[in-house]
Design a protein around this ligand. Structure first.
Ligand SMILES: NC(=O)c1ncn([C@@H]2O[C@H](COP(=O)(O)O)[C@@H](O)[C@H]2O)c1NC=O
Length: 536
């Protein structure tokens, strides 16, 4: 280990540190004049870089150019401006140590007590679609070096990395300086900030500039990282004895974690899980669609009937009709703005959460009268997840989300009459809807709405039984989708006995012949898709 050995007797106490000299170098110039005014008021000297110095000067406050501290002009298009011992010794000197103080004085270097730096907006530049050249130029080097140096030296220096921290620091200036506790908290924020910055740069390099392998070898990089910021402590987790919290990352597409709550009680852990499943199901459809979720499974899912006067209200009414008993206390997602007509029907049913891209004003007025419902609008830029991540003990599993969908035109008719257009549309609906259902999944549908769902069973026969039972009389004449092949004819036979007239399934069982024979004997239509939609 290099560096001094820790001899406590050499360290003088430093709690309150008055700010005599501050270094300001910011990309985001918001509130800089205000901060400069507070520093001038506190009698602190301000040292600053290029355009930050100009902003301070323009605001009428005295400022020392960093070049006059380093004795060197900005070099190489600004790649080197603060990277100099005269700056970094002033940031890193530990003035609790007498010999650091002496060395600094010998070198004629002044220490800094406050550093205000925010970095080149690398992530925003990349998100805006910048070229590789521009993105590289937005990788801040001098800024993170100052942030890290000051954060390491929090015993002596306060580091502020965001305009959000200016109020606190101005408060500290007015109070005569920063306390050790304040500087430690600022150092924690500073290292989090540079860590997130490095993750953004490293992730971009690994995915865009220099992927670890060709995309056809693996779409996943050899290294992944993320930084997650707590959005909320939740009341509890899945059960009341489990603590829980919601975290979000700036590095991924906005989703349910960024949804804005318009009304209702605090979202619970289970509400988030179900709202996510509901959104996943509803946004799988291009048509106006509604999914009603209970315990991560749809108890109703429907698209609007062609020509419906209020399509989203129609989709909701039909989704609800699938299983009104289970829909009690459900979590609903709509993939279109919620209209007054939809709100009217939702208001009649006890609903935990309703999430949608937007709400008509009249719908909000109507629903906010209900105390128990939570209303969420999806964030701007919301789009269904592309990559799914799941924790397993000791690691993570990652997979591309199940977005690929084989349309009816790619299916193979294996027995029965070719379906007419309406039946084919129903089969396509069922084939899409079934992938929102936990495996083993069987979904019966009629007219673009589920009428019976068998979900999450450990054998397919039970899923078939459940779906038919739930559909009741509606099973007769319905179509059905099975998320994976029928391993035996027994499950299919239950659908046939219930009156199902057409089935879509992946095929691929060693007993396909037996299964197709049962369908043939019953005179029903069966299509193979050639791909399955397991969902666990
Ligand atoms: N190269 C350096 O020595 C250096 N020192 C500070 N910066 C950054 O330059 C920006 C401020 O520059 P200006 O005051 O000229 O707008 C800040 O975002 C700061 O993080 C630098 N730029 C990039 O590395």
């Amino acid at each position: 280990m290099s560096g001094p050995t820790h001899d406590p007797s050499l360290y003088r106490e430093r709690d309150l540190v008055p700010v005599r000299r501050a270094l300001l170098s910011v990309s985001d110039k918001r509130r800089i004049p205000e901060l400069a005014a507070a520093l001038a008021e506190a009698g602190a000297e301000i040292v600053s870089t290029g355009s930050t110095a100009q902003t301070i000067r323009d605001a009428g406050f005295p400022v020392t150019d960093v070049a006059s501290v380093t004795g060197a002009r900005e070099m190489l298009d600004g790649r080197v401006k603060t990277l100099h011992p005269s700056v970094h010794a002033g940031l890193l000197a530990d003035l609790r140590l007498e010999h650091h103080e002496r060395e600094l004085a010998d070198l004629d270097i002044e220490p800094f007590e406050l550093v205000v730096v925010n970095l080149y907006p690398f992530a925003a530049t990349v998100a805006a679609g910048a070229s590789e050249f521009d993105a590289v130029e937005q990788i801040d080097i001098g800024g993170p070096a100052m942030v890290r140096a000051s954060a390491k030296n929090h015993a002596n220096v306060a580091i502020v990395v965001s305009p959000d921290g200016y109020d606190d620091i101005m408060g500290a200036l007015a109070a005569g300086g920063t306390t050790l506790a304040q500087r430690k908290a600022l150092a924690r924020e500073a290292f989090r900030h540079t860590a997130a910055y490095d993750v953004a740069v490293a992730s971009w390099l690994g995915s865009v500039v220099a992927p670890d392998q060709a995309a056809d070898e693996s779409p996943f990089p050899a290294w992944v990282a993320g930084t997650w910021t707590k959005q909320a402590d939740l009341r509890y987790g899945e059960n009341s004895h489990q603590a829980a919290a919601l975290f979000a990352s700036e590095g991924i597409r906005p989703g349910i974690a960024q949804a804005v709550q318009l009304h209702g009680k605090e979202m619970s852990y289970n509400n988030y899980v179900d709202a996510d499943a509901a959104v996943r199901a509803a946004f799988d459809f291009d048509e106006p669609a509604v999914a009603i979720i209970k315990h991560a499974n749809p108890c109703g899912i429907a698209i609007a009937s062609p020509g419906a006067s209020d399509p989203i209200a129609d989709a909701h009414r039909r989704a609800h009709e699938c299983d009104p008993v289970s829909a009690f206390g459900g979590v609903i997602a709509a993939n279109r703005p919620v209209t007054r007509a939809m709100a009217e029907t939702v208001a009649e049913i006890f609903t935990e959460v309703l999430v949608a891209p937007a709400f008509d004003a009249e719908a909000v007025e109507l629903l906010t009268a209900k105390k128990n419902i939570r209303l969420l609008t999806l964030p701007e830029g919301f789009a269904p997840t592309e990559v799914e991540i799941r924790q397993v003990s000791g690691g993570l599993l990652m997979q591309q989300a199940d977005r690929h969908f084989a349309p009816a035109s790619e299916w193979t008719l294996v027995t029965g009459e070719p379906a007419d257009a309406a039946t084919l549309a129903d089969l396509e609906f069922a084939w899409r809807a079934v992938r929102a259902v936990k495996s083993n999944a069987i979904l019966l549908a009629s007219g673009g709405a589920s009428v019976g769902v068998g979900m999450g069973q450990v054998n397919r026969v039970d899923s078939c039984r459940l779906a038919v039972e739930r559909a009741g009389e509606r099973a007769a004449g319905a179509v059905s989708a099975s998320d994976a092949f029928f391993p035996f004819a027994d499950g299919l036979q239950m659908l046939i006995d219930g009156g199902v007239r057409a089935v879509v399934q992946p095929g691929g069982s060693v007993r396909d012949e037996e299964v197709v024979e049962a369908a043939r004997a019953a005179g029903i239509t069966m299509y193979f898709t050639g791909e399955r939609h397991f969902f666990h």
